[in-house]
Ligand binder design. Sequence first.
Ligand SMILES: NC(=O)c1ccc[n+]([C@@H]2O[C@H](COP(=O)([O-])OP(=O)(O)OC[C@H]3O[C@@H](n4cnc5c(N)ncnc54)[C@H](OP(=O)(O)O)[C@@H]3O)[C@@H](O)[C@H]2O)c1
Length: 250
Amino acid sequence: MKTTGNTILITGGTSGLGLGLAQRFAAAGNTVVVAGRRTALLAEIEAENPGITGLEMDVAVPASIQNGFETITASHPDLNVVITMAGIMQPEDLTTAGFLETAEATITTNLLGTIRTVAAFTEFLQGRPDAAFMTVSSGLAFVPLAMTPTYNATKAAVHSFTEILRLQLAESGVEVLELIPPAVATTLLGQDEDTSGRAMPVDEYLDEVFEILSTRPDEKQVMVERVKMLRFAEVDGAYDRVLHMLAGSH
Ligand SMILES: NC(=O)c1ccc[n+]([C@@H]2O[C@H](COP(=O)([O-])OP(=O)(O)OC[C@H]3O[C@@H](n4cnc5c(N)ncnc54)[C@H](OP(=O)(O)O)[C@@H]3O)[C@@H](O)[C@H]2O)c1
């Protein structure tokens, strides 16, 4: 995808990777709209970032996605990139039934939220020049983390869904990218408080992502060096070792 001159919607753009990416895209000459549920935060982001507009959208609620679609396509008819960043990550204990509520919420936000957002925007984007979807999976799509079983499963599903989204849109002119982050120090699961060095600093991660987007525009799976150990564990014959290493790290 091109890195300047776009009009970009980032769902889950109120904090962490979404907000950081929004700021980088805005600085690089793109018009950026960040969406999320925290309205006070959206207003704050707008006030502090002149190139960024906020949009209230809850990807767990179909009517909210539809409403967001109608609002942004009216206010920004030149929208050409949609990044499905919204996600949650919560620990689950599968030995008691209580995990089900977390599992269902995780699937609703991470997987259904991604699919519903794609459904809302796919026809619109096909009419736009330089159009792109960017989905967000995780290194944990490729080797699961013991404490977050349903989260891992949603990210594996997002990866699989993205592969076919790319194939089905191949003739349409809509590019499909997949961002595959490693552990990055955001508030998603308290990685920002982890002093072990396992989580990559947000700025370092986003600098490397932007470098990849700017210098390798044909890259479909956007992977920083740090995530390759997870992404290619099975290919490298390291799957069992990495699985147990991750299980032991929590
Ligand atoms: N940080 C990591 O280590 C890591 C690694 C791999 C993948 N990822 C993925 O990267 C993405 C961003 O995570 P992050 O680390 O930046 O965490 P974060 O700071 O917690 O950001 C999560 C974002 O998702 C939004 N969100 C959550 N539920 C939503 C909903 N129902 N509707 C709309 N927006 C919703 C939040 O906004 P509101 O609360 O305002 O709605 C927030 O902007 C996620 O998909 C995550 O799975 C992160």
